[in-house]
Design a protein. Structure first.
Length: 304
């Protein structure tokens, strides 16, 4: 087993009356990609700010590579690559200047900063845009530049707050590939997302968060197996009366949740009384992390 690089124990963080982080604990091992999955306001950014040595806390402890992230935020920040939810790039200067300046401020010599910027530009396929103003880049390129910038100092741990939110599918795929390459290079990654497919694709383990708490923690397939069973049965209402379907499900003592015209059954077996109904299609599909979240909270992850 690899060593523990990040150790969060009983973390509490309040904003006035609000317990934004309400006693969470998790550990991340070296080389692991660990995800925080949760809806708006779950506490993902707050957790990452604490991990990044940027925020005081109200309880518990947080260490990164054996350093106390609360007491010694400065030392922790020097170890990490951090990509915040909003890029914070300097829009006025060129892509290359953004990287070089960042590297220089992070302690690289001017010469090393220049060399390293060439390397990261190549890694991110941004070399051809090196002399463009940041303002001229697409949203996806800006996001990738923000990640590139965090790698200037060759960190062994990278914190990525919602790396792909708002990106088109093509840009998301690129970012996914780049994160996978970082992982292959042995970098420890902590990332947040509210996309379940992203979490399932990239993360070795996940903490599913809501209202400042961790509801479940584990590898994506294990979470699905534990909290969503082996199959999900759905009724697609294609012409039948929803009232009638509701009545029949109730009579049969079968629980369900409605998402538009889809009735997602709580059990796997659909009652005979709805099976034959004209205008109702029965679907059996593999469960996803979305089902896990729904089962744990009664809400949909994407309902915003
Ligand atoms: N500086 C602050 N002052 C007061 N409340 C805050 C502050 N920062 C965060 N909060 C509150 O703490 C809770 C957690 O916020 P946080 O930003 O960590 O959520 P998140 O999971 O990152 O959400 P999102 O997906 O929208 O980015 C929210 O209720 C938020 O309003
Ligand atoms: Mg956030």
């Amino acid at each position: 087993m690899s060593e523990v690089v990040i150790d969060v124990a009983g973390l509490v963080k309040c904003f006035g009356e609000l317990r934004a982080i309400d006693g969470i604990s998790f550990q991340v091992e070296g080389g692991e990609t660990f995800g925080l999955l949760g809806p708006n306001g779950a506490g993902k950014t707050t957790t990452m700010r604490v991990l990044s040595g940027l925020s005081p806390i109200d309880g518990g402890s947080v260490s990164v590579a054996g350093i106390d992230a609360v007491r010694d935020g400065r030392a922790v920040r020097s170890l990490l690559g951090v990509v915040t939810q909003h890029d914070g790039l300097d829009e006025e200067v060129s892509v290359r200047q953004n990287l070089e300046l960042f590297g220089f401020l992070a302690g690289l010599s001017r010469r090393r900063a220049a060399e390293r910027s060439v390397e990261v530009l190549r890694f991110f396929g941004l070399s051809a845009r090196a002399d463009d103003a940041v303002d001229d880049l697409s949203g996806g390129m800006k996001r990738r530049l923000a990640i590139a910038r965090s790698l200037m100092v060759e960190p062994s741990v990278v914190i990525l707050d919602e790396p792909t939110t708002g990106l088109d599918p093509h840009s998301r795929n690129r970012v996914w590939e780049e994160i996978a390459q970082l992982k292959a290079a042995g970098v420890t990654i902590v990332m947040s997302t509210h996309y379940m497919d992203e979490a399932a694709t990239l993360c070795d383990r996940l903490a599913i968060m809501d209202h400042g708490r961790i509801l479940a923690l584990g590898a994506p397939p294990a979470l699905v197996e534990e909290h969503a069973g082996v199959a999900v049965t759905e009724l697609r209402i294609e012409g039948a009366s929803r009232e009638q379907v509701r009545a029949r499900l109730s009579e049969a003592g079968c629980g369900w949740r409605e998402v538009g015209a889809v009735f997602r059954l709580e059990g796997e077996k659909a009652p005979d009384s709805v099976r034959g109904l004209p205008g109702v299609r029965l679907d059996l599909r593999p469960p996803t992390l979305e089902d896990v979240f729904l089962n744990l909270t009664g809400r949909e992850l994407r309902e915003e």
